[in-house]
Ligand binder design. Structure first.
Ligand SMILES: [Zn+2]
Length: 503
């Protein structure tokens, strides 16, 4: 049956390439994934899935369901992209399609297509073999803002789910269990208000909201020395005033507070609130704050990870062509990182990363890392993340360089291989109820002492206005680059790009 699944997926190669290239060409930022959401949910609807749109109050969120009964297997992957990461695919140096526009500089264009391929292959085998079970597919909306999955949890998406198989792009096959070494976070914007005045004629009559922003950021910079090593805090100033001759009556600063666990994240948030308050005392201003996103640190399921890793070994890495390797090597040379081409051996099963040590030792252990709000899901249902080889090793992440492979044969082959692994893992769960049970047993131990509390307060709502201004600025010009699969075999062909293009 696994060979059948692999054959089904190989038959969908064309569909895989079209889906990956189409979503790449939309290049939409978090909460503004309008075309992407319409397109992917449409594909699923055509394939017989029941689609619920606008899930959890997020216009671009949807849940597609097919099948009936247990087990209920949930499949998700992120769909949003990165500001200013516009990049021509297949070109091994910085060459934006539209200067300043967003682009898939992480590779989130590939994950839901992978899940769709896996689900369609499994669906065919289930129909033929009369297997019971329910498949559920959803997009990770606004993952870069950590703005989707905690809302999905709160809306009850995972209430009846037995297992969640998430997928995230990587540059090799990869899967692990236990804590990941990444962080959880809260994303908070502090908005200060003061009083404007002529900055030269009557500066003494002004109360500068910008001063408060700068004092708060300076305060956190000093405090940094006295925080655990597991802390990662960073910010951008979202409003610094209008022009120098007007004392800024409002200004704002947006923080990501990252730490290893719930309590320490809440502590960073508390420190932030204190600093905001202190800044208002120093400047005679006021502040309000709003929560823009949240993520629990991830904790992944061992029995699922072990099963998935076996399937990775069964499927094997894609056969890379000389052109694929030439693109990868040229990019690595461009980035001044070791020139090692594309992955040719599968990474071993990732063991749990060390957890933070005691308070006395300053939380030595993890030094913090990235976050994904799949962490919230991982504390609500047994979850594992499939990493699949659609990207080039050595990219800095969240950067144009990470978009280069994402509408080329490298991404297409990685998605095909990843879909096979995912489909085989789903099949294992359908045929072996004891695997579902051991995943649940592991989860029960995981959650024995650590209880999930959402960072969301009841009044917090998805901030779906975010990124709208940027998309409004670029969307018309981006439309000219949407992939037309009825006219062109591939997106590279539509763009007239020779593969690979290297210096
Ligand atoms: Zn991501």
């Amino acid at each position: 049956m696994k060979a059948d699944l692999a054959g089904e997926i190989d038959h969908m190669k064309k569909q895989a390439q079209v889906m990956v290239d189409t979503v790449f060409s939309f290049g939409e930022l978090g909460y503004q994934e309008i075309e992407t959401s319409k397109y992917l949910s449409g594909v699923l609807e055509k394939e017989g899935f029941k689609v619920q749109r606008g899930y959890a109050g997020i216009p671009t969120a949807f849940v597609a369901t097919w099948g009936e009964g247990k087990p209920v297997i949930s499949l998700g992957s992120d769909i949003d992209d990165i500001p200013q990461a516009s990049q021509k695919p297949g070109v091994a140096y910085h060459d934006p399609m539209i200067e300043g526009a967003p682009g898939h500089g992480e590779g989130h264009n590939s994950g839901v297509p992978l899940q769709i391929l896996a689900a369609l292959a499994v669906k065919r085998v289930m129909e033929r073999e009369h297997l019971k079970g329910t498949l559920q597919i959803w997009p990770g909306v606004a993952e870069e803002l950590l703005g989707g999955k905690a809302y999905y949890v709160r809306a009850g998406l995972f209430k009846d789910v037995d297992v969640c198989l998430f997928a995230h792009v990587g540059n090799n096959f990869g899967v692990g269990y236990g804590p990941t070494g990444g962080s959880g976070l809260v994303s908070i914007e502090y908005l200060f208000t003061g009083e404007s005045a002529h900055a030269a004629a009557a500066p003494w009559r002004g109360k500068s909201a910008l001063d408060a922003v700068e004092l708060m950021s300076a305060g956190y910079e000093f405090r940094r020395e006295h925080l655990r090593l597991a802390t990662r805090v960073h910010y951008v100033i979202t409003n610094g005033g209008d022009q120098p001759n007007v004392v800024p009556p409002n200004a704002s600063i947006w923080f990501y507070f990252r730490e290893a666990d719930y309590d320490h994240i809440m502590n960073l948030w508390r420190i932030g609130d204190n600093m905001a308050k202190a800044a208002t005392l120093m400047t005679d201003t006021n502040y309000t704050e709003r929560l823009l996103g949240t993520a629990w640190p991830g904790y992944f399921n061992q029995p699922l990870a072990e099963d998935m890793h076996k399937n990775m070994e069964k499927v094997g890495l894609p056969q890379w062509s000389d052109d694929d390797q030439a693109l990868a090597r040229a990019l690595q040379k461009e980035l001044k990182v070791p020139v090692r081409g594309l992955a040719t051996t599968i990474s071993p099963l990732r063991a749990p990363r060390a957890q933070a040590q005691s308070e006395e030792e300053g939380g030595v252990g993890p030094t913090g890392g990235p976050s994904d709000d799949i962490g919230d899901v991982s504390w609500n249902v047994p979850t594992v993340t499939l990493g699949y080889p659609s990207n080039i090793p050595g990219g800095p992440g969240h950067n144009w360089a990470n978009g280069i492979s994402m509408a080329t044969p490298i991404a297409h082959k990685g998605v095909i291989a990843g879909a096979k692994v995912q489909a085989m893992t789903i099949l294992d769960l359908l045929l072996h109820p004891e695997l579902v049970q051991s995943a649940r047993d592991y989860f029960n131990v995981q959650t024995k002492d650590v209880k999930y509390h959402s960072f969301l307060r009841p009044e917090d709502q998805p901030q779906t206005w975010m990124n709208k201004k940027i998309m409004d600025q670029y969307r018309d010009r981006m439309k000219a680059f949407y992939y037309d699969s009825s006219k062109y075999d591939t997106y590279l062909e539509q763009l007239g790009i020779k593969y690979p293009t290297v210096h």
